[in-house]
Design a protein around this ligand. Structure first.
Ligand code: HEC
Length: 113
């Protein structure tokens, strides 16, 4: 009898699961939220249009400490414009209120572009 202890097997399985779901979170588009908030009405992934592209935004904030927190806050509550004179409309004008969790999901996705 030389089976590995059960708790090692469970720990390994959990690590794999977490790694897999973390990778999926960082890359896949939260489509329902994006549709509900009409993000793609003004933004595209890679071409500036009515608003900076998500790739430009990700580039600008790569390596900026606390950028994620600032952007989540701004996405929910607004703030001053960083790219020109036009500020982004508030959630209520984009399709409905946005919870902190939803803002987190969206910004995580934008910054992974
Ligand atoms: C009606 C048009 C419009 C919609 C809809 C919209 N945006 Fe924007 N967004 C803008 C504009 C304009 C800016 C540039 C504002 C600025 O200068 O900070 C911007 C800026 C941003 C920024 C960068 C903010 C900064 O401070 O640098 C992020 C991140 C962002 N948008 C994410 C989103 C997400 C995610 C959604 C959907 C939930 C969304 N936007 C929906 C127009 C829009």
């Amino acid at each position: 009898m030389n089976t590995p202890p059960l708790r090692h097997l469970i720990a390994n399985a959990l690590t794999l699961l977490l790694a897999a779901s973390g990778a999926a979170l960082a890359q896949s588009e939260p489509t329902a939220l994006v549709d509900q908030q009409h993000c793609m009405f003004c933004h595209t992934r890679d071409a500036p249009f009515l608003a900076p592209s998500f790739q430009q935004i990700a580039d600008r904030y790569r390596g900026v400490p606390n950028a994620r927190v600032m952007l989540e806050h701004k996405l929910r509550l607004g703030g001053k414009a960083h790219w020109g004179d036009i500020a982004m409309p508030l959630p209520a004008d984009r399709g409905g209120p946005l919870t902190p969790e939803d803002a987190h999901t969206l910004i995580q996705w934008v910054l992974s572009q």
